[in-house]
Write a protein that binds this ligand. Structure first.
Ligand SMILES: [Mg+2]
Length: 421
């Protein structure tokens, strides 16, 4: 059984955590340098404002008219609240896989029998606990495969009758939800694929689930075949490689054996960093920020230990050298001697389209795309990591334009909220 926990409108929700006065107001978050809108809360969406990727100056008046609260993106805050949310969720399952900044899969075993309180009560409990401890609103979907957990999460969010929680353990519920779902709402089915499926008369998720998987494989690919099988309860995604969302790239993995050695942890993180850098270049993006974490198991006797490290690149990058260099800096914070590490991971967030990045006149990019292209070609031809890098480069912190930035409530001493009573 799998459960997917997903924060509703993550960035906007984070802005509301430490500022209850804006909880019932429309909140819109801007991209780096306050250029475009990158997120909006449910209230803003219902008011019809806060469309993603629209330049801020174009809709400034419109936002003012509805009394929208504007915030610059505060990735330090989002990454830290994300860790807290993951920590809370981790307590509710034997295994957790962080999928993106606001989503994680929980895994309960192959033929897990329902917990004594039942799946629905458990899911509700996770949802309530995250709200109580972190003040982030999440939806929880439970299903027998990762794809069905995603479907359940969709239902928890969008289908009437589910209040933030959905469990797809019965045939009739599965059928009812899948029939209401557009095929493009299924995990991994994009717009272009949707058009081709529509042409074959497949419009809903239910219609896709009822197709012959082997024929789907012939007409499309093994990836779509796997989706069909997963919609029918057959697990095809391997636990550690559930594909990450495009807006962030995460690579996380639990160790076969516990790690206690500094060098081993460093090389594990470096290998994750290399993986995410390769994926980043493949999708032709640049990363603005990076987050790294290392943890023991929440079920260890010694108590749960989880540390994370956040880094903002002066100039968005896709260069493995720049990305791996952050591992060096992070190690002093992530490593604690004597601890038996169970899992670590690296996430690239704040991604930009390669062609659309606005560069900084005073901080030229230090990426070496030719070298990276050369490395990628060699590695594609002769196998992964045939050539790899040693850390290099330098770091500059240059203040960015972030006029509406909220405080770093949880990561900066001067910004910690004060309570006067
Ligand atoms: Mg979300």
């Amino acid at each position: 059984m799998y459960a997917l926990c997903d924060v509703n409108s993550m960035y906007a929700a984070c802005e509301k955590v430490f500022d209850p006065s804006i909880r019932n107001r429309p909140v819109v978050v801007l991209t780096n340098k306050d250029g475009c809108i990158c997120a909006a809360c449910g209230i803003a969406k219902r008011m019809g404002v806060g469309k993603k990727f629209v330049p801020y100056f174009q809709v400034k008046k419109e936002l003012e008219a509805v009394g929208a609260v504007i915030r610059s993106s505060n990735y330090e805050l989002y990454a830290d609240l994300s860790q807290r949310m993951m920590d809370t969720c981790a307590r509710f399952a034997p295994d957790i896989n962080v999928y993106s900044i606001d989503e994680c899969f929980l895994y309960y075993g192959k033929h897990a029998s329902p917990p004594s309180i039942g799946w629905e009560t458990l899911a509700t409990k996770i949802r309530q606990t995250v709200w109580r401890e972190v003040r982030l609103p999440i939806c929880v979907g439970v299903g027998t495969t990762p794809t069905l957990a995603k479907v359940a999460n969709y239902a928890a969010k969008n289908v009437e009758g589910f209040k933030g929680v959905a469990v797809l353990d019965k045939q009739d519920v599965r059928k009812a939800v899948l029939s209401q779902m557009q095929v493009t709402d299924v995990w991994g089915i994009g717009k272009r694929l949707g058009i081709r499926l529509n042409a074959l008369g497949i419009h809903t998720a239910w219609e896709l689930a009822n197709r012959d998987p082997s024929q789907i494989r012939k007409a499309f690919s093994i990836v779509v075949e796997n989706t069909v099988r997963e919609l029918n309860g057959q697990v095809r995604h391997s636990w550690d490689t559930v594909r990450a969302a495009k807006k962030e790239i995460y690579s996380t993995r639990s160790f076969g054996q516990r790690i206690t050695d500094y060098q081993q942890l460093r090389s594990a993180l470096a290998s994750h960093a290399e993986t995410v850098a390769i994926k980043l270049r493949k999708q032709k993006s640049l990363a603005g920020s990076m987050t790294l974490f290392a943890t023991n198991s929440p079920h260890d006797d010694e108590g749960y230990f989880r540390r994370s490290y956040f880094h903002r690149f002066t100039v968005p990058t896709s260069d493995t050298c720049n990305i791996i260099k952050v591992v060096e800096a992070a190690m002093s914070q992530l490593f604690k001697s004597g601890l038996r590490y169970y899992k670590c991971g690296v996430g690239l967030i704040d991604l930009h389209d390669q062609g659309l990045v606005q560069f900084d006149m005073f901080n030229p990019s230090i990426d070496n795309p030719q070298l990276m292209a050369c490395m990628d070609t060699i590695n594609a031809k002769y196998g992964r990591a045939t050539v790899h890098v040693a850390a290099k480069g330098f770091e500059q912190k240059f203040a960015m334009r972030r006029a509406f930035l909220s405080p770093q409530y949880t990561t900066k001493w001067s910004d910690i909220p004060k309570v006067i009573c």
